[in-house]
Design a protein. Structure first.
Length: 116
């Protein structure tokens, strides 16, 4: 049974927007910090954005600052990644990662394709 499931990926033209969602079936989701990572073809997986368990602090990769926003709703067990002004360099598989108390979980990932 999947603990984390991403949705919202797809294809968009440069300059467009997508909103990814990470839905968790974790019983104590509010205790988990959640990060988004991405992996482009032939490249290593990179950190994109992260949010603390309570949502009070966020962090972003330099390449997405000002364009991406991470938010969470612990009442719905979700973490969203709003992505604006997308460029072809944002094309990748995006995965969410939750970590707390010595446990961690990865989602399967969702594909984002940005065309010129």
């Amino acid at each position: 049974q999947a603990q984390l499931e991403e949705s919202g990926g797809g294809s968009v033209q440069a300059g467009g927007s997508l909103r990814l969602s990470c839905s968790a079936s974790l019983r104590t989701f509010s205790a988990y910090a959640v990060n988004w990572f991405r992996q482009a073809p032939g490249k290593e997986r990179d950190f994109v954005a992260g949010i603390t368990s309570g949502g009070s602090s966020t962090d972003y990769a330099e390449s997405v600052k000002g364009r991406f926003t991470i938010r969470r709703d612990n009442t719905k067990n979700t973490v969203d990644l709003q992505m604006n002004n997308l460029t072809p360099e944002d094309t990748a598989v995006y995965s969410c990662y939750a970590q707390a108390q010595g446990l961690d979980y990865w989602g399967q990932g969702t594909q984002v394709n940005v065309s010129t």
